[in-house]
Structures are given as structure tokens and as C-alpha cells.
Design a protein around this ligand. Structure first.
Ligand code: NAD
Length: 500
């Protein structure tokens, strides 16, 4: 039996309980057993965390630190993550039930965010403006926006924190993190590394708890200048509305219903593997899931036969074992939601050609397991084609030609990602241009990179994470004008171009 853990949270450089003394349990989705106790933070803890972050941003060692020193701290944190990647991955698996192979790959890659943005910290530069006014020296300063609230979901807890935290710290902001109530433990383990790296107190703080009790007061707190949110669309909308009351800066990474498009000139084996990795990897619990598989009608039968053959070999089981390929659904409400969508698809008249229900122990399943499920003959106006399931459920839609694929691919409110399988370079570039998605993969899927901007078109989000562009979310520009001439001029007339 693994040790039952009791966590404290990290506010103002100290390990503390919630001020109410209340806690909640974190459940292992594979065993269904509670394995950790987490502080249940409320508005008073949020207030304490935001104040600590505000003070650290406003004055003191962090505010005075050079960008080069900030970058060095970030890189040190990257080294500590690299040293502890296996430990962090094990905690993530216990919390979210995703495969150890997936979480280990994520945790081993995670240091790159802290190296990349650590390197970028002292390359943030203002400019000298070629002013249209004589006797005026005009330059810009790029300054941190202030305290950033970062709210994250349960599917890739530390990775999605890294996408926000690393650029924000590089920019000189301070942060209050609110992890999902289903997966708080890995962030609290991570905070031990933040402390060890030597970040000054208050620079990074955590409030654990529910969306209502900890998330909402964080979004609405007047000390917060910017909200960076990853999660579901309806929560994202609420967060956007609440942040608007305080005119806060907001970036949102929301859901998707991404088309993975297979043309008849593809390499069939690669496209089959790409379709499977697009939906069954991570038990379909990824925002970029290729949950709408568009197959050209000329290869439909051959492709489907091979797809079902390969998908039916997926090994379900304990996510902590390296050989497992499909693990449990992470949370009980999510499990219910996935099963409900399977019923919806059946009632809509889609043809279930694989799976289609819970997986029992004899199939390697357990408490919250859903069989890898494929629906054929899906029409794009069905709910199963339009709404995000966030589970191992694939909808297959046939199309005639490029034009048809583009029309169906774009006919959805989301625009997070898309996949294209073809050997034609011309077709690949046409599709990449015309698909309305923040990321288009050609002959690959789920390739995410620290250097590549990531985010949503349409209702999949606002703003970009990753790449150099992400740091812009955490900066604001100040224009400084110095009069280099004599006298201040006529006090009753605005200085306009050409006047002195
Ligand atoms: P969720 O929206 O239920 O919760 C996300 C976070 O918001 C949690 O920390 C939650 O506690 C908090 N929250 C809930 N209500 C809140 C409120 N009123 N105010 C402030 N915070 C609140 O999402 P989830 O179920 O944890 O995650 C799944 C969703 O996340 C899916 O829709 C998925 O597509 C999306 N997602 C998007 C990306 C991306 O980068 N685009 C990545 C991963 C997941």
C-alpha cells in the first residue's frame, strides 16, 4: 500500500494549511482509493496569496533582480525538474491516472520550458523610437504585467503550469497557481523544487481547492492583473466574464473537436497510427484529441478495417505499468460524461464498430475504464461530432475531396488543432492554409513543442502559449519621452508632430 500523504500548500514562501483548517481527499483513478489530503483553500487564502505575490512584484529581491539573474533561477529550476522527473511523473499518474509512459515523457521534457524562457528573460528588449518630434528622446520599456493568476486542468498538470509559469517568471511577473482539485499533489511536490531553486518568497504561490471556492476569488481579486486559464469552454467563458469586471488581461486555452483528415494518397500505416495516437493516447483526455476522423471515401473500407484491427489490440490496465496503452478516465464525473456521449452517439444513429461502453476487469479495465470506442457513419451535425467528449471516443466521417474536407473540418465552433495525412506537398500546404486551427500537423499528430506557438482559433481560446510569442502575454509596454530641447513649450497647446 503506498503511503497516504498529507500536503500543505505554499504561500509567501511558507508551507501552510488552509486558514479554515479544511482539507479534501485526492483519489487515485485506477484504484478509486483516496491517497492524499490537500488543503481546501478559500477566499481568505487567495487574498493572502495574492498579497504575497503583489508585494514580491512591487518591491524587494524579485523586483530588483536583473533579468539575467531571473533567467539563471529559471534554468536552475529546470535542472531540479530534470533530476526529479521520475518522482513527479509517478505523482501525476497517481493523481490523474494517465500512463506512466506519457507522464514520464512530459516530465522529462518539462525542463525545456524553464531553459527556453530562462534564456529569453534577458532578451526582452524595448526600442528607441524614431520620434516625429524634434528634441524628443523616445524609448520603450517592456515591463511585467504584475500578479498573474494561473488556473489549470487535470489532464497534464505540470506541463500546463509550465506553459504559463515559465514565460511569466521570465517576464518578471509573480504568480498564484490554482491547480485542478483532482490533481493538486504534483504541483505541491513541484513547489518544493521552486523553494529549493531559491525564488524569493511570494514569487510563486499556490492555492489548492475547488473552482468555486479558490478559482473564482482568484480571478476576481483586485490585486490580480492577468488571468491565464486552461480548461473547459464553459468554465473559460465564466472566467472571461469575471475577469472582464476588473478589466484584467486574459488568455484562455480551451477545448477542441479537432479534425484528423486522411486522404487516399496517405501512407496508410502511418495514418492509422496517427488516428489512434490522436484519440486513444491519454485515453482521449487531451484538448488536441483528433476526435473527428475525416476519411476520404475512396479508402474508407480498407482504412476502417485496419484502424479497428490495430485499435482493438490496445492494452488497458494499470497506468503505472510501462506496457499499458490505455488507462482509466481521470475523474468520476468525466467517466459518466464519456458514457453519456456513447449513448448519445448510438441514439443519433452512428454505427459503433469498436468498444462502446465500460471496460471490465477481464479486459484489463477497472473502476473508471471506458473501452476504446469508434463510431462510423457519423454526420458532422451530430452532437458526437460537434461536442468535446474528452475521452477515448472517435467519430469517423467520410468526405469526397479537398473542398469537402475543408468544409467539414472547419464546420465546428472549435479551432485548436487539425491533422492532415497526405503525400502531396501541394495538398498539405493548401490544407494547412485553409484549416481554421491554431496548429496543423501534416503526417504527424500531437507533436507539441516548447518553441512552437500553441493556442486556439475560434472558441478554442485567446492568446498563445509556447514559443517566443508567449512571453508577450506577460508584458506591457511603457513609452518614455524625454525633452532634450530647451523649455517645456506652450502649456496650453498639445505637443504635436513637428512642433518643438
Ligand atoms: P474545468 O474547466 O472544469 O476546470 C479547469 C480549472 O478551472 C480547474 O482548476 C477548476 O477548478 C477551475 N475552475 C472551475 N470553475 C471555476 C471558476 N468558476 N472560476 C475559476 N476557476 C474555475 O476543466 P477540466 O475538466 O479540469 O479540464 C478539461 C478541459 O480542459 C477540457 O475541456 C479540455 O479541452 C481543456 N483543456 C484545454 C487545453 C488547451 O491547452 N487548450 C489543455 C488541456 C485541457
Amino acid at each position: 500500500m503506498p503511503e497516504f500523504k498529507e500536503y500543505k500548500t505554499f504561500i509567501g514562501g511558507e508551507w501552510v494549511a488552509a486558514q479554515s483548517g479544511e482539507t479534501f481527499e485526492s483519489e487515485d483513478p485506477y484504484t478509486g482509493e483516496p491517497w492524499a489530503l490537500i488543503p481546501r483553500c478559500g477566499a481568505d487564502d487567495v487574498d493572502r496569496a495574492v498579497r504575497a505575490a503583489y508585494d514580491a512584484w512591487d518591491a524587494g529581491p524579485w523586483a530588483d533582480m536583473t533579468a539575467t539573474a531571473r533567467g539563471r533561477l529559471l534554468r536552475k529550476l529546470g535542472d531540479l525538474i530534470a533530476e526529479n522527473a521520475e518522482h513527479l511523473a509517478e505523482i501525476e499518474v497517481r493523481d490523474n491516472g494517465k500512463l506512466i509512459s506519457e507522464m514520464l515523457a512530459q516530465c522529462k521534457y518539462l525542463p525545456e520550458w524553464y531553459y527556453f524562457y530562462g534564456g529569453l528573460a534577458d532578451k526582452i528588449e524595448g526600442s528607441v523610437i524614431a520620434s516625429d518630434k524634434p528634441d524628443t528622446f523616445n524609448y520603450t520599456l517592456r515591463e511585467p504585467v504584475g500578479v498573474c493568476a494561473m488556473i489549470t486542468p487535470w489532464n497534464s498538470p505540470l506541463l500546463l503550469v509550465g506553459w504559463k509559469l515559465a514565460p511569466a517568471l521570465a517576464a518578471g511577473c509573480t504568480c498564484v497557481l490554482k491547480p485542478s482539485e483532482f490533481t493538486s499533489a504534483s504541483l505541491l511536490e513541484f513547489m518544493k523544487l521552486v523553494e529549493e531553486a531559491g525564488f524569493p518568497p511570494g514569487v510563486v504561490n499556490v492555492v489548492t481547492g475547488t473552482g468555486r471556492e479558490a478559482g473564482e476569488p482568484l480571478v476576481t481579486h483586485p490585486g490580480v492583473a492577468k488571468v491565464a486559464f486552461t480548461g473547459g469552454g464553459s468554465t473559460g467563458r465564466q472566467v472571461y466574464e469575471q475577469a472582464a469586471q476588473g478589466l484584467k488581461k486574459v488568455s484562455l486555452e480551451l477545448g477542441g473537436k479537432s479534425p484528423n483528415i486522411v486522404f487516399d494518397d496517405c501512407v496508410l500505416e502511418d495514418a492509422v497510427n496517427g488516428a489512434i495516437s490522436g484519440i486513444f493516447a491519454a485515453t482521449g483526455q487531451t484538448c488536441i484529441a483528433g476526435s473527428r476522423l475525416l476519411v476520404q471515401e475512396t479508402i474508407h473500407d480498407e482504412f476502417m478495417e485496419r484502424l479497428v484491427e490495430v485499435a482493438s489490440t490496445a492494452r488497458m490496465g494499470d497506468p503505472k505499468r510501462a506496457e499499458t496503452q490505455v488507462g482509466p478516465v481521470t475523474t468520476p464525473p468525466q467517466y459518466e460524461k464519456v458514457l453519456e456521449y456513447i449513448d448519445i452517439a448510438k441514439n443519433e444513429g452512428a454505427t459503433c464498430v469498436l468498444g462502446g461502453g465500460p471496460a471490465g476487469a477481464d479486459e484489463g479495465g477497472g473502476k473508471y475504464f471506458v473501452k476504446p470506442t469508434i463510431f462510423d457513419n457519423v454526420k458532422n451535425d451530430m452532437r458526437i461530432a460537434q461536442e468535446e467528449v474528452f475521452g477515448p471516443v472517435l467519430s469517423v466521417i467520410t468526405f469526397k475531396d479537398e473542398e469537402d474536407a475543408i468544409r467539414i473540418g472547419n464546420d465546428v465552433v472549435y479551432g485548436l488543432a487539425a491533422g492532415v495525412w497526405t503525400q502531396s506537398l501541394n495538398r498539405a500546404t493548401v490544407m494547412a492554409k485553409r484549416l481554421r486551427a491554431g496548429t496543423v500537423w501534416v503526417n504527424t499528430y500531437r507533436a507539441v513543442s516548447v518553441t512552437a506557438p500553441f493556442g486556439g482559433y475560434k472558441q478554442s481560446g485567446i492568446g498563445r502559449e509556447n514559443g517566443q510569442e508567449a512571453i508577450e502575454q506577460y508584458l506591457q509596454t511603457k513609452s518614455v519621452m524625454i525633452n532634450t530641447g530647451a523649455g517645456a513649450g506652450n502649456p496650453f497647446v498639445m505637443k504635436v508632430a513637428g512642433s518643438s
